[in-house]
Design a protein. Structure first.
Length: 239
C-alpha cells in the first residue's frame, strides 16, 4: 500500500472504532492484532464516563494535541496566551484535541468549557474533534461546524480559568494519550495508537472486515448447522 497519510486517514474514517480496537489490542491471541497495549489495563480506549455528542457524524481520525485546563489561581503558573493555539497549529492535521480538566470537585460538573467561539477558533487551526472529561455548551451552534465532541455533559456557564499545560501526557475518560498518538473515534468511543502504525492499522482493519464477512456468510448459509459451526472452528471445514 502506497498512500499518503491524509489518504489513509480518509480510509480509516470508513471503518468503525470497534474494528480499529480489535486490531490494536482487543484480541491479543489473533495474528491480525498488533497487541500494542494490554487489552484490559492499557488505558488505550475511553470508558463510559464520557459520551459522544454527535453520534450521527461518523468516525473521526486525527493526530493528538493535548491541553490541561484548571481554574485561574495563583497556585498555578500556567502557560502563555498563544501556547495552545501554537501547539494545535504545529500538530499534524486533522487534530483531535484531548483536554484534561483539572477543576476542584465542586466545580468539575459546572464547567461549560468548550463552546461555539472556542470551537470555531480551534476548528480554523485544524481541530476535527475534542475529547474532554468535563461539560461543554453551545451544542446546537457547534453541530454545523462538524467538530465531534466527547464530554461528560452540558453546563451553560463557567468562571475564570487558565491553560495549565500543553503538549503533555493527559488522561481523559480512562484513556491516556500524548502528542505523537493518533485517535480513531465514533459513537462507540475513542481508541488511541501510535502514529507510526497508521498504515498498518488500515491494512489489518480491512483484512479483519474481510474475514468477518466470510465468517458471517457461514451463519447466513441456508445449510448452516451447529455441527458445521463446530467443524469450522476445529479447522475441518471451510465455507
Amino acid at each position: 500500500m502506497d498512500m499518503k497519510g491524509s489518504e489513509i486517514i480518509e480510509e480509516l474514517r470508513k471503518i468503525d472504532t470497534p474494528t480499529i480496537s480489535n486490531v490494536v489490542a482487543t484480541y491479543p491471541k489473533s495474528d491480525n492484532c498488533l497487541k500494542l497495549y494490554d487489552a484490559w489495563y492499557g488505558d488505550w480506549y475511553t470508558d463510559t464516563s464520557i459520551k459522544c455528542v454527535y453520534p450521527e457524524m461518523g468516525p473521526v481520525v486525527g493526530h493528538v494535541a493535548t491541553v490541561v485546563f484548571c481554574e485561574e489561581s495563583e497556585k498555578y503558573t500556567g502557560v502563555g496566551r498563544w501556547a495552545l493555539p501554537e501547539h494545535i497549529d504545529s500538530t499534524g492535521k486533522p487534530v483531535i484535541l484531548v483536554a484534561e480538566q483539572q477543576f476542584p470537585l465542586e466545580l468539575a460538573n459546572r464547567v461549560g468549557l468548550f463552546g461555539e467561539m472556542m470551537t470555531t477558533q480551534y476548528r480554523a487551526l485544524g481541530v476535527a474533534g475534542v475529547v474532554t472529561n468535563g461539560p461543554m455548551r453551545d451544542i446546537d451552534a457547534i453541530k454545523p461546524l462538524g467538530v465531534q465532541y466527547y464530554c461528560t455533559g452540558t453546563a451553560p456557564g463557567h468562571g475564570d480559568m487558565m491553560v495549565k499545560a500543553v503538549g503533555v501526557s493527559v488522561t481523559v475518560g480512562g484513556m491516556t494519550v500524548m502528542p505523537g498518538d493518533m485517535i480513531h473515534m465514533d459513537l462507540h468511543g475513542a481508541v488511541k495508537f501510535p502514529a507510526k502504525y497508521l498504515e498498518e492499522i488500515l491494512i489489518r482493519a480491512k483484512k479483519l472486515l474481510e474475514d468477518e464477512a466470510g465468517t458471517a456468510a457461514v451463519f447466513n448459509y441456508p445449510g448452516f448447522s451447529l455441527e458445521k459451526w463446530k467443524k469450522r472452528v476445529q479447522g475441518y471445514e471451510t465455507v
